[in-house]
Design a binder for this molecule. Sequence first.
Ligand code: ATP
Ligand code: MG
Length: 328
Amino acid sequence: MTTKESLDCACFGEILWDLFEEGSAGKAGAGQTYRRELGGAPTNVAVSLARLGFRASVVGAVGKDRFGDALVSILEAEGVETKHVARLPQRTGITFVSRSDKGEPSFLFYRHQTADAMLPATAVVPACARATFGVVGTSTLVTPDLQAATARFVAELEKAKGDLVVDLNVRAHLWADPAVMKRQIGELVSRAKLVKASEGDLAHLAGKRGLSWLEEHAKGATWLLTRGENGAAAVGAHGQVTAPTKRVRCVDATGAGDAFLAGALGVLLATGARSGKREWADGKTWARALEVGHLMGAKAVSAVGAVNGLSHLDDVKSKLGLARKAGA
Ligand SMILES: Nc1ncnc2c1ncn2[C@@H]1O[C@H](COP(=O)(O)OP(=O)(O)OP(=O)(O)O)[C@@H](O)[C@H]1O
Ligand SMILES: [Mg+2]
């Protein structure tokens, strides 16, 4: 490892197996079978970026078990940097996923004291964060140990002058106390340069006052606001731009927000947009980020599994190529 190593994006947090019910939704019972797919929001973002040709890493933990071995080898085959994936004695985390007939997922976590939840702060070394962007969610704030690891990642990223991207991805049931959840998430987003928030995330944090909550806690950041089928907006120094969601059949919305975020980050990376730079304050950058975000989101929802729909990406890559020329 050299001290000069650099990355486009370091993604911090969960590396999991998603176990999907097979067959028709709602028919779970005797004989139900499951299929195993790569999961964990930051992991999905890293894989999506790697498939677009960017250098991405995952910083997190899996068990020293077969599930952990398989996750690491898949990530390596995807070209995602795994040298900061800790191998712990605890088991690899699992999420069971069932889907509504509209493709909306419900999650049942088997992540109690699993490796993803036991990542020690000492595993988060400075080299992890030597990236243009660092992506963090909020599930890594739920225990004191994870919180310490998150704080270390954010501090190292800031020291290396990377931009913190927070995908709220609020999983309210993981928190014992909603007041603590709101306070800790509020503290994290106050350091973000970019915040990705779904309608559901903001409802968990502030009911109908989501935008006021962001105004109060993440005033200096740019916000990517997604509303599933109902469009998205980017709000920040550039003002506000909006874009409708692509009309496609949604088979499985697991990972849609992660693919959207990867698409938006791809545009920022391709145009050289960083917080404080001219491109960051240009509405055209954000219009393109929404467009490519939706394109990636539409692909993600077309297949079961967070990243399975992201297989033919030439159209996205060519948009990023155009973006590179236009933004140069
Ligand atoms: N039914 C759908 N059809 C097409 N695209 C979709 C659909 N659902 C989601 N997407 C894509 O994924 C993006 C993110 O979706 P959404 O707003 O549901 O956020 P999310 O992060 O997936 O949600 P959450 O974390 O709350 O589960 C949308 O902006 C869109 O691009
Ligand atoms: Mg989300």
